[in-house]
Every structure is written in C-alpha cells, then in structure tokens.
Design a protein around this ligand. Sequence first.
Ligand code: MF3
Ligand code: CO
Length: 264
Amino acid sequence: MIVCKSPEELARMRVANQIVAGVLQELQAMAAPGVTTADLDATVEARVLASGATPAFKGYRGYPASLCASINDEVVHGIPSMRELVQGDIVSLDVGVLIEGFYGDSALTVAVGEISDEADTLLRVTEEALELAIAEVCVGSRVSDIGHAVQRHVEAQGLSVVREFVGHGIGTKLHEEPQIPNYGEPGRGPRLAEGMVLAIEPMVNVGKSAVRVLDDGWTAVTRDGSLSAHFEHTVAVTAGGPEVLTRRSSDVRAVAAGSAAPAS
Ligand code: MF3
Ligand code: CO
C-alpha cells in the first residue's frame, strides 16, 4: 500500500527535508581537496543534531555513519573514512534525517575542484535526468513514467542506468512503497495520487550499468571501474504538480530549468 500524507503530515515532511537540503548545501561548499569524508560525516551529524533531528542512516541495518560518501567509481553507500578528497574527484553525498516521526532523504554528486569533461557531463546528465523524472510527478501519472524519463535521457547521452538500486516512497519510514526503478516502459505500475511522497534517485554510470558490493558489505562500485553519479530528491505529489521538498537554494540548474521551488 502506498501511504498518502495529509497536509499536516506534508508540512512535517517539508521540515525534515529542508534540514537535509541545508546540510547538503553546506557539504557542497566543504567538498575540497584535503577534506576527508569522515570530516563531512562529522559535519552532517553535528548539523542534523543541532537542528533537532536524528541522522536516518546511522544504525539503519547496521550502517555505521550519518552520511553516505561515494567517490568516483563508487555508486552509493560509500562509508565515510580518512580518505582525503583530491582535485578531480567526484563525490556523491547522501543524507537522511528523521524528525517528529518523518524522514527526509536527498543526495547530490559534487565536483572536487576542476574535473574532467567526462565527469562534468556525467554530473550534468544525471541531474537533468532527475529533473526530467520529477517533471513526471503529477496526479494520475504512473510510477514507471518516472524511471522511463530517467532511462530515456541517460541512454540518449550514451551513459547507463544502475538497476540494482531503486528510489522509494518515504514518510514515517525511510523506505516505503512503491519501489521506483530508474528504467522501464512508461504507463506501468500504480497511479500517483495527491499526498504521495517519493524519493527519486537516479544512479548513472559512464560505462556499463553493472555494479558490485565491496567486502565492507555496503560500498557499491561499478564493475568496470567507470565513474558513477547519484542525485536524489524527495518529491510530494500535489494537485499543482511536483513539490520538491529537498530543493536547495543553490540548485542553479533546476532554477535555470524553471522548476525551482518557492524560496525557503
Ligand atoms: N538514500 C539512500 C536510500 O534511500 C540511503 C540509504 S543508506 C543506508 O536508500 F545506510 F541507510 F542504508
Ligand atoms: Co533514498
């Protein structure tokens, strides 16, 4: 069953998700050569607790940190460590929080200094795919329209979509129904209804789509060693269309595309 949130519940989800957006925006500014992913994790934990929320990932199925930090060929679920970011890296930063019974969840991939054209294209196409997917979030559209929009855009650019991990409903649980694959035929699956809240999270590889999980039991990497990017927004289905609950004020690409949320 897909849970629909009341206006009061949506208001609480806005709070949770805007905490995530603020933390990610701070991480975006911090990600520079010499900074470790453990530094970033400590910042997440401090900021989340200071805002009255709890980190959602720490302790989730035994996950050991507040942040997922996935560098270069790491796809998702990278565990923060003393590894220093270096110029030319790309790093995916995924943050979740719980506050007053509701979850927020969002991710982005940032460039560390100057990056290659290949990496820059990967980041641009993955974020564009997320925005195109969000544009499908309307009352009456189908869950598979979201993944179809991602796959279409990504494959047209010669990149590939990761299939082992999916987006998800979100609310009083981090992962609710429905599962939201980032590929597929349009017009399939449940219809979207007012009050549903979806975490849409395309993961895109420069090379082939296959991934494997390292011996740490968490870190997913591309099998062919190619670069991977991940962007995620939590989005509410409203009568007026998609409301991006995790929109950042620094989200320039989205602003340029005309899909910015009201300033918060
Ligand atoms: N954004 C990811 C998800 O929703 C993060 C989960 S990481 C975990 O699935 F550590 F919590 F598992
Ligand atoms: Co998620």
